[in-house]
Design a protein around this ligand. Sequence first.
Ligand code: 26Q
Length: 813
Amino acid sequence: MNKIGPAKIDAKQLSQHILDHISRSLGIPVTEATAKDYWEALNLTVRDLGLDGIRETRQKEQDEKARRLYYFSLEFLIGRLLGNNLHNLGIYEKAEQALRELGVELTDVLEQEYDPALGNGGLGRLAACFMDSLTTLDKPAIGYGINYRFGLFRQSFQNGRQIEKPDSWREDYNSWGKCRTKRKQLVRLYGEVKNVNGRAAWENTQNLEGLPWDLPITGYHTDTVNTLRLWESRPAGSFDLDRFDKGDYAISRKIEVLANNISKVLYPNDEHPEGKELRLIQQYFFVACSLADVIDRHHRENEEGWDNFAKKVAIQLNDTHPAIAVPELMRVLMDENDFGFLNALELCRKVFAYTNHTLLPEALERWPQSLIGRVLPRHLQIIHLINDYFLNTEVEQQWPGDNTMKRRLSIVEEPNDYSSQPMIRMAYLSVVGSHKVNGVAALHSKLVQSNLFPEFNTLWPEKIINVTNGVTPRRWLAYCNPKLAGLIDDTIGNGWRKDLDKLDSLHVYADDPKFQKKFAAIKRENKEVLATIIEKECGFKVSADAIFDVQAKRLHEYKRQQLSLLHIMALYRRLLANPETDIPQRVFIFCAKAAPGYTLAKVIIHAINKLAERVNNDPRINDKLKVVFLPNYRVSLAEKVIPAADVSEQISTAGFEASGTGNMKLALNGALTIGTLDGANVEIAEEVGDDNIFIFGLTVDEVARLRHKGYNPRDVYNANEELRNILDWLGSGDLCPEDAHAFKPLVHALLDHGDYFLTLADFAAYSAAHDQIIETWKDPQLWWKKAIINCASMGKFSSDRSIKDYCQMIWNM
Ligand code: 26Q
């Protein structure tokens, strides 16, 4: 297509491009084009604009020679792209007009797009928000990840139980990304390390290749276009092997099968990540391709070669999933480029930084040493080199002769009660190989310093820092809630899209009855839209007059969906006991996928669904209470649920939720939070003020004290009659007569296995907080005032602010 920048393109030209793509790219007569075909044609048009933008951005960057950020992440939960891209490029209305002239509605066309589920949840979505912000702030950045053939499973329910189906999102998708065959990379696995003239040579490897797929990342009202480069694995074709040692080039059947499988499926975030060989290979595959690509590009763009590598390259490791990048860069430097060990380590420590997203000890990645030794023999050697230097020089200097400290800090964990073989601690490898380590909310970072890595924090007091997460206001307000965005534009102008602190000036309208009325009316319209979706998905009606209480996040015991379950059971019983009580109608809306192997999480889903069935069909409670479990939570569903929420449930056990980002999106859209002092809730409370949030439950310190004292859930059970009745009911089989034992594991976890997440301990406080919500709801002026204050106070939680923090404190950009 002829190059015309998005700013100058008009509706006529757009429709011409669409028609061209229908006949030439899709090869069908326009008369036969379906909505899906129009989507594809418009998407190709926008992709062309984006690819032009990438080229121009690269040229500009080369002229300016700035440092570039490379975001290494196994997940990018990007959501649907077309509508967002049209908005960013400022051609949404033009596209609307162009399609209308062709007799098609843009909104229908946008609904045709498959929502790619290339991530599990928060960590993956954060990566996507960060790409949006980097681009909007004109920061040179490339995101690197995997082009999975199957994203996170599709969820449905059968008799209330979760069913998983493969998410084959790329099938009949012609315009997804642009394959850059020229930039393919060779990846080696297995083999052995030989000493050739005093140099390590990794030989007899099994080889495959990585093909890059590029996706243009547009920013809001800027010409900058960044790249998301996702790798697909395939058997090695004809490759120029001169660059490599003469590895055995015969492609065995086994490596061919492996090569076809590496990028096949996204791993779900399991309760206990098992050391699966394919997952390790996946991690190495994408790291090896990405690093080689970074290095190739650097040498293309810089005559100085390695001399200014660290000045030009910043790599962010999104959790430990890409941690193998540390020994991989060491290997390239030492074995392929004549670097000595110390110089190589020094360079790594200038380039890498690591973000930690979890405090759950069992969620920290550890790989059996024997597995790494077999798959990546040279990397295991290098890990040992790093560890030896770290322990014998750096730790020794700080704690001379202290072997306990060396054992505690070792990257290699010796066999112990939990594992019979040495394990490689990927988090320690990441800390040792990086110049900065960050947590994702103030409280979390403090706990990373004091509980997770206290010795590292003593050794390197400047290394562990905080960068509080954020969300992009373009997708999570402007795009998903156009009516509220419009009201805000009309009231304070549209500058908030690029500077979310501007929302602050909405505070003066919090008490304004006219503004409140408009704000409330928009919320109601959004609730009507969601009610229609609920009816379609679940087959029953809910009233938009009810309080929409939303808990949307992955299912995990620490997030405590089971606490809501118990509370709703209590509400239902109270209603049955007093059917005439004058309380507002409530709809509890759950969205959550459980990892397929996480049995108890699935029991909780099953129990919520069975309770919903009972409550929703009981005429005695006069529709006062409804329970909805929307299947298959994903970005495009979040875009409908979040604008419609009145109440945001953020009720994790204090000290377990690193940050949360749904909490930010919901408050930004005017929901009031009921939450514990955990993760970013603490900072949300600081911003909105204690009067405008419903905080309840044990704090981190109280949790520690209670555990220390000895917590016995039976004591709570015995002391609280209502709770006793509920748990007995849950265990009785009454909610699930066809399988009376179905919920026993949950009751056991709560009563007999110590209630590790302190659900019962927080039950009464949670219930009391809900009572306050009810009281507030009864006073609409008060409610809408608080809702407006919530929205107005979210400036801090823009991912633009997060990215500026990273640029300043970590990336030096
Ligand atoms: C690990 C090994 C094997 C297979 C899968 C995994 C795996 C995959 C995904 C482990 C963890 C994840 C995802 C974690 C995650 O989403 N964490 C969330 O990150 C958000 C962004 O920082 C925080 O807001 C949340 O608090 C945190 O739970």
